[in-house]
Design a protein around this ligand. Structure first.
Ligand SMILES: CC(=O)N[C@H](C=O)[C@@H](O)[C@H](O)[C@H](O)CO
Ligand SMILES: CC(=O)C(=O)O
Length: 308
């Protein structure tokens, strides 16, 4: 495998821009890449994941999006990771091969969530069948038990994983169980794996136990501030890092109480960036204007430590 720049820091879980009638809106991605790099200082993306509505898209749409991100991100982004998970194994394999052909920096896969694996071996077997279709591409397991219902502990999954999945690179860890995350990091003595945390509202806790970086929806529009939190943590200025986490948490706590899903994430990104993200494909109900007014007022009311 060719040497690669280590993946660390923030990864934006990209939103899939859609036209008002719900078709994918590819021409917007060019502007979106520039916005992430220039305004949010975020140079890594995770495409077709939860936020990107990967599971609500056709295989053809997923391929088109992956190609567009690769094309527009060329020379601008450090890493483009493509989520290729689905319920249908041959389709996952097709997407993995496609990601390899277009030169993706990594692929990720969630656990199957309808007929669920009941133990570690079943889960690893599924992941292996996909990872082996793109043997040169770094492979990430995307652990998101609140959505998949698959609660197999990652710490257990890691045992012997390299023997079965030689391109295994790490985990996108979207769960609040910091004991499991800490045990994974403790096992990763040689630092061969990367652990990217996915619960944005408590990233600081994950950094404290050694997460290498983070993948999340909020880094689309709070990337700049979260980068300042990472810097403060690295310094270390824990009080300053806490301040950033408290403030991003204040916003998220507020919108979560109002009901915060993909539709609302798209609406927030639209008003913060000015890039039209359009409606979600599912659910069929878009964010209300009341939500938008309240969320915007809340975000505007926050005074960040750097004075912004
Ligand atoms: C369930 C979900 O979408 N999780 C995202 C990533 O894994 C997060 O980035 C959240 O959107 C974020 O933490 C806000 O709750
Ligand atoms: C949030 C996240 O990482 C995803 O959208 O998949």
């Amino acid at each position: 495998m060719t040497p690669r720049k280590k993946l660390e820091g923030l990864v934006a879980a990209t939103i899939t821009p859609m036209t008002p009638d719900g078709q994918i809106n590819l021409p917007v991605i060019r502007q979106y890449v520039d916005y992430l790099v220039n305004e949010q200082n975020v140079k890594n993306v995770f495409v077709n994941g939860t936020t990107g509505e990967g599971l609500s898209l056709s295989i053809q749409e997923r391929k088109q999006l992956a190609e567009e991100w690769m094309c527009q991100g060329k020379d601008k982004l450090d890493h483009v990771i493509i989520h290729v998970g689905a319920l249908n194994l041959p389709e996952c394999q097709e997407l993995a091969r496609h990601a390899a052909v277009i030169g993706a920096g990594g692929i990720a896969v969630i656990a199957p969530f309808f007929f669920k694996p009941t133990n570690k071996d079943e889960l690893v077997a599924f992941l292996q069948k996909i990872a082996s279709e793109a043997p040169e591409v770094p492979f990430y397991y995307y652990h998101i038990p609140p959505l998949t219902g698959v609660k197999i502990r990652v710490e257990e999954l890691l045992d012997g994983i390299k023997a079965q999945i030689p391109n295994f690179q790490g985990v996108k860890f979207s769960d609040t169980d910091l004991l499991d995350l800490a045990q994974c990091i403790n096992k990763n003595e040689t630092g061969e794996f990367e652990f990217l945390y996915g619960v944005d509202e408590q990233l600081l806790g994950a950094l404290a136990v050694g997460a290498n970086g983070a993948v999340g929806s909020t880094y689309n529009y709070l990337g700049r501030q979260t980068n300042l939190m990472l810097q403060a943590f690295a310094k270390p200025d824990l009080a300053l890092a806490q301040k950033y986490q408290f403030l991003t948490g204040e916003f998220l706590n507020f919108v979560i109480k109002l009901g915060f899903g993909v539709a609302q994430t798209k609406a927030v990104m639209t008003f913060v960036s000015g890039i039209p993200m359009g409606p979600p494909r599912l659910p069929l109900v878009d964010a209300s204007s009341e939500f938008i007014v309240k969320a915007k007022a809340k975000l505007d009311s926050i005074v960040w430590p750097d004075g912004d």
